[in-house]
Design a protein around this ligand. Sequence first.
Ligand SMILES: Cc1cc2nc3c(=O)[nH]c(=O)nc-3n(C[C@H](O)[C@H](O)[C@H](O)COP(=O)(O)OP(=O)(O)OC[C@H]3O[C@@H](n4cnc5c(N)ncnc54)[C@H](O)[C@@H]3O)c2cc1C
Length: 525
Amino acid sequence: MTKQRVIIVGAGLAAFVLADRLYKEKEVVIITKESIQQNNSLKAQGGVAAAIDTNDSAEIHRQDTMKAGVQYNDPSAVEVLTKEGTERIKEWIHAGFPFDKDQYGKILLGREGAHQKRRILHVGGDQSGKYLVSYLQEKLRKNIMIIENEMAVECIMWEGRCKGINTIDNRDHYHSYYCDHLILATGGCGALFETTSNDRTVTGDGIAIAYKAGARIEDIEFIQFHPTMLKQNSKGHHFLISEAVRGEGAILVDQNDIPFMAKYHKDLDLAPRDVVTRAMVTEEGLGNQVYLKIDMIEHFSERFPQISSLCEEMNINWKSGYIPVIPGAHFLMGGIQTNLKGETTVPGLYAVGETASTRVHGANRLASNSLLECIVFANRLADWLIKKEETTSIIQASRSYNPSTRECIDLPTIAEIQAKMMKYVGIEREEKGLKKILEWLRSYQVHHISSITDKFYSKKQIEQLHMTTVAWLIASSAIERKESRGAHYRSDYPSKNDGQWGNRRIIRTFQQKANINVSNQAIER
Ligand SMILES: Cc1cc2nc3c(=O)[nH]c(=O)nc-3n(C[C@H](O)[C@H](O)[C@H](O)COP(=O)(O)OP(=O)(O)OC[C@H]3O[C@@H](n4cnc5c(N)ncnc54)[C@H](O)[C@@H]3O)c2cc1C
């Protein structure tokens, strides 16, 4: 019997966990935009949250996740994450994965903001993502096909079902790949913003692709801004200073060494990320510069080897006890709507990892829950796909083509999109700014374009097109939600409005004319 073909778009943790579970049963192909080293997963420092300690429980982890998400999370998704998360991480431990341990062989558990317990498992100090992903990449290299430097452009649709993916390579040649199941594991959209911790390839493409294929996009206004990125002179990707550093005792101070978080929240430096981020914006507005004071952390370079060596590379003298920091875009809570098995609303199309919206994070993500999300939901999707034995018809051989004529399209540059997103759809939003950016984005009309492949745009143009589409989806959702909740802060509506918004989702679907649907719609689990 021929094996079913599964194509996974993206090469982060979600993709590799899924591939690892599937490669014996299916023909697995990973297609990724640049090299397999380009993703957010490899950058993850803090670690992975799981209730493995005897004084902890999945129930306490569930409570913390719901609280961080402002109770906007789907409780059933959170229960899955925290319960199955504990089981999955115990499996990794039993399989001998080298989580950091003390001299007695006990797993070291870090602490991060809004966790009642120490429950962050880490590897190589602050190199958790690197160890997790490299381990899987090494294991799978010979067992699956990996296609690098090809960017997914558009789903191949046939009678309402997703049958594959069109891609474009670095020479602007197009390729069509057919499959039984197409999985988008393309990560979030941090690189839509001028200051971000995210890899430059993480531009929200999967969301634009799913949207154009007819999938529901939801909660996309909820974008987490992380308070502590290393302040650099350049724009774009900024190196993250993990929250685990504050978990170990570091505090935020101004240029006069004065701590300021007591003015803003009872939990001080470990207050929710949106609170700390806005406090920093206020301090900067007062003309202050913000530093992370780390001199109380003993053996800093042993506990945080990556952070200390990167500071050195960038000529930041961490040994002075101060690291200059700024906030930036970090994590997308919403995304492509899926059920708890990873199915989108389009048959044959699935999403997993940060690009998926299972509603597990609610309005704000609890620190170190996202690597766990990748592990738990990729395993669930694998279980589901393994059960699906029937192959679909109309599987064709892959084909490549180099079109002789190409259409051109007027699009904003990537730098323009990033600057305007940071300014108008960033940490603080308000109607006037949102209207301004929407008017600008609308003038390009990209969210109405239904078919991209037949226009044969260049790779660069397609990336701009995806980014413009997703920017428009975020800005138009942010203007719709007239309240502040978790990571979505409207300075013109600074309070939470449970009566009007507590249980309402902004869901976007593409129907030639984009459709905004504000609803209490439940997902079929
Ligand atoms: C600096 C940093 C530190 C973090 N620290 C932690 C932490 O300590 N703990 C934690 O739980 N979470 C952390 N996070 C969040 C976490 O790393 C991510 O949420 C998670 O790794 C996402 O994994 P993913 O597999 O969904 O996507 P990613 O790892 O982002 O991978 C997405 C992949 O899709 C590819 N791609 C995108 N578009 C296309 C396209 N059109 N065609 C083909 N390929 C495409 C990208 O190139 C990339 O390979 C951190 C994030 C960052 C940025």
